[in-house]
Design a protein around this ligand. Structure first.
Ligand code: FES
Ligand code: FES
Length: 167
């Protein structure tokens, strides 16, 4: 079988009903995409197929054609400099990090479709589950990107912990 992953044609062997997630992780070595629930609930396995956020744990690999473009977290930017990744870092969004590649892939798909999402848009698109509870910072980071990418100018910077108070 062949798939176009992160701009490269990749060949591999798999059963037709093998979930795309396992091909990405085990055959292609792209382990940034995570396995959480395996039943399309948590979003840890989210990748893009032709720009659309897709839960790869329930997507049989045979239903994706070689003409479709798959992007995983590894393909989002060569050096982690995608605006969403930069906002995630600036706002310290990840806690344990396990869910975050799925979160970032869902957020990038949302921002491509709606560059200025409302809170309601975010709530509707970001159904990913985070056991660390990073939801508030995920939402803030998405707004930061929507407002141009700089947490300070976006007015959403998290206050520095060591900020002293001088009278
Ligand atoms: S692992 Fe795919 S949605 Fe949870
Ligand atoms: S950061 Fe730990 S599960 Fe989301």
């Amino acid at each position: 079988m062949k798939l176009n992953v992160n701009g490269q044609v990749r060949e591999f062997e798999a059963e037709e009903d093998t979930p795309l997630l396992w091909v990405l992780r085990e055959q292609l070595g792209l382990t940034g995409t995570k396995y959480g629930c395996g039943i399309a609930q948590c979003g840890a396995c989210t990748v893009h197929i032709d720009g659309e956020a897709t839960r790869s744990c329930v997507r049989p690999v045979s239903t994706v054609t070689a003409a479709q473009k798959i992007v995983t977290i590894e393909g989002l930017s060569p050096d982690g400099s995608h605006p969403v990744q930069k906002a995630w870092a600036a706002l310290d969004v990840p806690q344990c990090g396990f869910c975050q590649s799925g979160m970032i892939m869902a957020a990038t798909a949302l921002l491509k479709e709606k560059p200025k999402p409302t809170d309601a848009d975010i709530d509707m698109a970001m159904t990913n589950i985070c056991r660390c509870g990073t939801y508030n910072r995920v939402r803030k980071a998405i707004h930061v990107v929507a407002r141009g990418g700089d947490p300070k100018t976006a007015g959403l910077a998290i206050e520095p912990r060591a900020a002293g108070s001088k009278a």
